[in-house]
Write a protein that binds this ligand. Sequence first.
Ligand code: UTP
Length: 228
Amino acid sequence: MRIVFNIGGSVLCPEGIPDMDYVKKLSKLVLGLKRKKHKIIVVTGGGGISRRYIEMARNFKPSEDFLDWIGILGTRMNAMILIASLGEHAYPKVVKNKEDLEHALSSGRIVVMGGTVPKQTTDAVTVAVAELFKADLIIMGTDVDGVYDKDPDRYKNAKLIKRAKVKDLKKIVKTKKHRAKPVEVIDPVAVKLLKHAKIRTIVLNGKKIENIRKAIEGKGFKGTLIGD
Ligand code: UTP
């Protein structure tokens, strides 16, 4: 199977530096999948490193694009840690664009990348790359158990949505205009791309490695399955 992972920065790098225990666990999962002949791309989010640098730079009032570039650099730092952890099984450079991607895929190794251009997050990168890669499955690993009907951090009675159509997501993801470091579980640009791409997508808790394994193996899992 061709699988594209998006590992949210909040999972990989909740504070300013990566969670090394998690990086090791994730690498083990990904390497196991490669041994089973799955083809894999991992897109890493920025998390704490992007957030902190964006917050600091915002004091100087640069443009949103400038702040986005800071965010992108954070995502790429996290990609580099994951590459280091995967060793020779990973393509040794962080993929930055379509040309790099083609080259990296032809190496037959695990491909790791972060952000690409401003005005989006790595969710959108994930969907765009998954389409180019003709992926069978997208796994969006976030810091919550999936897509909720309302923000689970703010509302105790928020309900996990087990299955959602892309058009339902459009109602849940209300933000229309991109701002560096948005708060939605999936970025609105990614939702738009998903509508077009029609790839089986699962949003789940990226920290729960066994649950990710179950989702890939087609067993019962906790999370949200997106598809029309
Ligand atoms: P993330 O993909 O980590 O976004 O990119 P996020 O949703 O804010 O955070 P987590 O990872 O889910 O917690 C971090 C920031 O980098 C910029 C945006 O500002 C984004 O908020 N970015 C990222 C881009 O501008 N373009 C990209 O392709 C990727």
